[in-house]
Write a protein that binds this ligand. Structure first.
Ligand code: LHQ
Length: 259
């Protein structure tokens, strides 16, 4: 079985991390495969939403720790530069929404992979663990950038140092994730979000993502107003904008094509 399953249905790319016996922890093969599937998502204009989830009871337990200690493994020095950093950069650059559907525990790089996605939902029994400090490491995979911006410096600092397990409901409450669903409602709830996003004006969603990224980097209100102006001008040139306004005026549901 491939360590990642990939399927495109209804304009959604379903990416399933698939090493369930190891809680979908990443080895090199899986990290490189995820990168190539993300490339496919970028290249295929039929894909309008990406949905990342895990097979089995976990979402992802981060780096496969057996691989790090394997003398024939990739070597500690390339794990960030060749595995995780390219994944985070691809997700950030993808001009379509990426949903993380966290079906179980998300630890270490697995937690931060989820948190770098555009919409993060989780099942009630899932949890998020900044597990790094427990093995003498620091959070990576973008965690030190994303987490303090989501939940504030103090919470991020404490969670990263203590390595606490944060249940999905608490993660929602503190703003770490968008929403959690009861376990029985999770699959449908997460899928519905992806289906909705896949039918929305994809280019406008990409510009929202871009505007938020610009806002997160060093900027002031004046610069960000200019960023919004530029991106808004581009959004207004899309067919979906014309369709959205016409549909409103004609009192009908819009049919967006993603262009
Ligand atoms: C695993 C793993 C795992 C291998 C569960 N590896 N087998 C960057 C720079 C360079 C190097 C290092 O890494 C990084 C990035 C990182 O991600 S560092 C952080 C790495 N991850 C962790 O430290 C988390 C380790 N896992 C855990 O603490 C627990 O497994 C959690 C809390 C995630 C889940 O606990 P349980 O639900 O009790 O499951 P379990 O521990 O029984 O795991 C189930 C199986 O999965 C088990 O195998 P076994 O053969 O005994 O049934 C585990 O050994 C295996 N597994 N995580 N990361």
């Amino acid at each position: 079985m491939a360590s990642i399953l990939f399927e495109v249905k209804e304009q959604i790319a379903f990416i399933t991390l698939n090493r369930p016996e190891k809680l979908n922890s990443f080895n090199r093969e899986m990290a490189l495969l995820l990168q190539s599937h993300l490339d496919e998502c970028a290249a295929n204009s039929n894909i309008r939403c990406v949905f990342i989830t895990g097979a089995g009871k976990g979402f992802c337990a981060g780096q496969d720790l057996a691989e790090v200690t394997d003398p024939n493994g990739p070597g500690f020095n390339v794990i960030l530069s060749e595995h995780y950093n390219p994944i985070v950069k691809r997700i950030a650059a993808l001009q379509k929404p990426v949903v993380a559907a966290v079906n179980g525990v998300a630890a270490g790089a697995g937690a931060n992979l989820a948190l770098c996605c555009d919409v993060v939902v989780a099942t009630a029994s899932a949890s998020f663990i900044q597990a790094f400090s427990k093995i003498g490491l620091i959070p990576d995979t973008g965690g030190t950038y994303v987490l303090p911006r989501l939940i504030g410096h103090q919470k991020a600092s404490a969670l990263m140092m203590l390595g606490d397990k944060v249940p999905a409901a608490e993660a929602e409450r503190m703003g770490m994730i968008y929403k959690y669903f009861e376990d029985t409602a999770f699959q449908n709830g997460a899928l519905q979000i992806a289906q909705t996003l896949a039918q929305m004006p994809t280019t406008a969603l990409a510009y929202i993502k871009k505007a938020l990224q610009l806002s997160q980097s060093h900027t002031n209100l004046h610069e960000q107003l200019q960023n919004e102006d530029k991106l808004q001008q581009r959004a207004a040139q899309t067919d979906d904008y014309t369709e959205g306004v016409n549909a409103f005026l004609e009192k009908r549901q819009p049919k967006f094509k993603g262009q």
